[in-house]
Design a protein around this ligand. Structure first.
Ligand SMILES: NC(=O)c1ccc[n+]([C@@H]2O[C@H](COP(=O)([O-])OP(=O)(O)OC[C@H]3O[C@@H](n4cnc5c(N)ncnc54)[C@H](O)[C@@H]3O)[C@@H](O)[C@H]2O)c1
Ligand SMILES: O=C(O)C[C@H](O)C(=O)O
Length: 358
C-alpha cells in the first residue's frame, strides 16, 4: 500500500515537473452564445491539446458580467484538469494582459434581414478600442482571431489601432465558411468530410465571399470532376455557402454559435499546433497578390507550421474569368467597408510586432 502511494506521488510530481507553461487565452464577449460554446472547448483541451494548460482571461461589458459569472461557475463545475485560472473583467488591458492568444467575439450579431456589413457602425468602434488595448497589454507575439462581424473589416480596424504589433498577427475568421463548403461537397459526393481538401474561401466573410473548388480534391481526385455538375457548383453550392449564416438565423432565430465556436477552435489549433500541408482559409492582410490591394483583410489559403506561424499558399495559376470576377466582387465590398471605417483608422497604420508572418 505504502509503495503504491509513493509510486503515485512520484508519478504526479514527475508530471508536474514536465508540465507545459499555461497559455493565456483572452476571449471577448465571453458570456455570449459563441463564448458559451467556445470556453468549454478551450478549457477541455480541444483547442490546444491534451497537455497544454490554459489561463482564461474573459472580457465582457458591464451588463455581461452577471451572466459571465454563471458561465465561470459552470467552468469550475466541469473541473477541467487543464484549466489553471479564470479571470473575468470589463477592463480591456487587464483582460488582454500577457495574452498569447486573443479571440475577439464580443460584438452585436445580425438579426433576420440584415447583412453582416450592416453591423459596421454598431461594431467597428469596439475593435478600435480592443486593438489599442492589445497593443498596450498583450504578449508581443499574440495571435488575434477576429470573429465578431463584419470580421474582416473589424480585423483591419483592430490592427490599425495596434501600431506595435504586426498586421499579420490579426486574422479574420473564415474557417466556418471553409467547413461549410467542405461539408456541402462531402454531402454531394458521398465522401467523408475529411476526404475533402483544398477548398478555398476568398475574400470577405459575407455574402460576396467566393467558395472556390478549383483546387479542391475529394479522395485525392479533383473535386469538380467528382461532382461533375457545374450548374450545381454555380447555382447551388456557391450561393448556399455564401448565405449559410442567414439560413441559420432564419431557422434558429439566432446566428450560428456552436459551429462558429468550433471553427474558432479549429483555426487556433491549426495555427498553434500546426496542420502540415493542409490548406486553411483565413482573412489576413493582403500583400498585393491576386490583384487585392494591401490593407484589406482578404481571405486566402494558407498553411500552418505551428507556433502561430502561417504561410500564404503561393504559386497558384491565374484564376479563370469566373473566379477572377468572383474574387473581384468580394474585394470591392471590402474596399467599401474600409471606406466606412476610415474615421477609426489612424494615419500611420501597421506596425512591426515580434512575430512577422508571411
Ligand atoms: N466570423 C464568423 O464566422 C462568425 C460566426 C458566427 C457569429 N459571428 C459574429 O460573432 C459575434 C458574436 O456572436 P454571438 O452569437 O456570440 O453574440 P451574442 O449577442 O450572443 O454575444 C455577444 C457578447 O458580446 C458581448 N459584448 C458586446 N460588446 C462587447 C465589448 N465591447 N466587449 C466585450 N464584450 C462585448 C455581449 O455582452 C455579449 O455577451 C457577432 O458579431 C456575430 O455576428 C461571426
Ligand atoms: O451570418 C451571420 O451573421 C453569423 C455568422 O457570421 C455566420 O456566418 O453564421
Amino acid at each position: 500500500m505504502a509503495s503504491r502511494l509513493l509510486a503515485r506521488r512520484f508519478a504526479s510530481s514527475a508530471a508536474a515537473a514536465t508540465e507545459k507553461k499555461p497559455i493565456n487565452v483572452a476571449v471577448t464577449g465571453a458570456a455570449g452564445a459563441i463564448g458559451y460554446a467556445l470556453l468549454m472547448r478551450i478549457a477541455s483541451g480541444d483547442m490546444l491539446g491534451p497537455n497544454q494548460p490554459v489561463n482564461l482571461q474573459l472580457i465582457e461589458t458591464e451588463p455581461g458580467m452577471k451572466p459571465l459569472s454563471g458561465v465561470t461557475m459552470e467552468l469550475a463545475d466541469c473541473a477541467f484538469p487543464l484549466l489553471r485560472s479564470v479571470q473575468s473583467t470589463t477592463d480591456l488591458e487587464a483582460g488582454f494582459g500577457d495574452a498569447g492568444l486573443a479571440i475577439l467575439v464580443g460584438a452585436r450579431p445580425r438579426s433576420k434581414g440584415m447583412e453582416r456589413g450592416d453591423l459596421l457602425t454598431a461594431n467597428a468602434s469596439i475593435f478600435a478600442a480592443q486593438g489599442a488595448a492589445l497593443n498596450a497589454a498583450a504578449a508581443r507575439d499574440v495571435s488575434v482571431l477576429v470573429v465578431g462581424n463584419p470580421a474582416n473589416t473589424n480585423a483591419l480596424v483592430a490592427s490599425a489601432n495596434a501600431p506595435d504589433l504586426s498586421p499579420a498577427q490579426f486574422m479574420a475568421m473564415t474557417r466556418l465558411d471553409q467547413s461549410r463548403a467542405a461539408a456541402a461537397v462531402a454531402a454531394k459526393t458521398g465522401a467523408h468530410v475529411r476526404d475533402v481538401e483544398r477548398v478555398v474561401i476568398w475574400g470577405n466573410h459575407s455574402a460576396t465571399q467566393y467558395p472556390d473548388l478549383t483546387h479542391a480534391t475529394v479522395r485525392g481526385q479533383p473535386a469538380l470532376k467528382a461532382i461533375g455538375d457545374d450548374a450545381w457548383v454555380k447555382k447551388t453550392f456557391i450561393p448556399d455557402v455564401q448565405k449559410r449564416g442567414a439560413a441559420i438565423i432564419d431557422a434558429r432565430g439566432a446566428s450560428s454559435a456552436a459551429s462558429a465556436a468550433s471553427a474558432a477552435v479549429d483555426h487556433m489549433r491549426d495555427l498553434v499546433v500546426g496542420a502540415g500541408d493542409a490548406w486553411l482559409s483565413m482573412g489576413i492582410p493582403s500583400d498585393g497578390s491576386y490583384g487585392v490591394e494591401e490593407g484589406l483583410w482578404y481571405s486566402v489559403p494558407v498553411t500552418c507550421a505551428g507556433k502561430g506561424v502561417y504561410q500564404r499558399v503561393g504559386g497558384l495559376p491565374k484564376p479563370d474569368d469566373f473566379s477572377a470576377s468572383m474574387m473581384d466582387a468580394t474585394r470591392k465590398e471590402l474596399l467599401s467597408e474600409r471606406d466606412g471605417v476610415r474615421h477609426l483608422l489612424p494615419k500611420a497604420a501597421g506596425g512591426k510586432g515580434k512575430k512577422g508572418r508571411k
